[in-house]
Design a protein around this ligand. Sequence first.
Ligand code: URA
Length: 235
Amino acid sequence: MPTRATSTPPAGARTPRTPRARAQRFPEVPEGTAPEPAGRGLKALREAAAACKRCDLWRPATQTVFGKGPARARIVVVGEQPGDREDLAGEPFIGPAGLLFRRALDELGIDADTLYLTNAVKHFKFEPRGKRRIHKQPTPAEQKACHLWLEREIATVKPEVVVCLGAIAAKAVFGAKFSLMKQHGRWQTLLDGRRAFATMHPSWVLRQPGDEERELAYRGFRDDLALLTAVDDAG
Ligand code: URA
C-alpha cells in the first residue's frame, strides 16, 4: 500500500498551520498494544486482532469484527467500520449498508461469497443514545492504530483488486490526499501493483434525503461497482 501519514512528518513535508489540521495529517498512534499473530495465515491474524488494544475502541465494543471471505479471494472490499449489527454478530456487512451492497452485487451478477469483506477500523465506535448506539466516526489516530490489520489482511489474501467503500476506506488504502468525490469509480494502481478503486459508502446512499436522490446515488454506486464485472472470477 502507498505511504500514508505518519506521526513524524516526512522530510520536506509542509507542516499544516492549525493544530486540528496537524492532528489530521500526522495523527499519533495511541500507546496501546496489539499481540503478534502466532502464524502467517488469516486464522492467526484474526486471533491476534481479537485481542487488539492499540486504541480504546475495544473497550465499549462487543468484539473485534475481522474480515470474512475466501482466504484467496481475488477481490478485497474495505469498508469503514462495523456497525451495530456487525458488532453484535462479529461479521462485517450484515446490516442495512451490507444489504444494499449485496443488492448492487446481485444486480451486477457478482457473487458476494467470492469476495473478502473487511473494514479499515475493526471495532464499532458509537455514542449511546437511550437504547440506541449511534455510529461515530473514528478519529485519524484510531484509523491509523487499526491500519496494521488491514495491511496484513491484504498481504495475506493477496487479492488482485481492492475496492474501497467510502472516504475512510479510500484514505486507508490510497492515502490522505485521495478525494472520493473526484476520484471514485476510476481504477488506480497501488504501489504494490494491485489495482484498486473507491466508491461511495452504502450508508451514504441510504442517508440521501429523498427517494429520487437515493435512487440516483444508488445507481452511481452500482455503476462504480460495475468495474468489478471485468475482474476474472467475480461472477
Ligand atoms: N459499514 C461498514 O463500513 N462496514 C460494515 O461492516 C458495516 C457497515
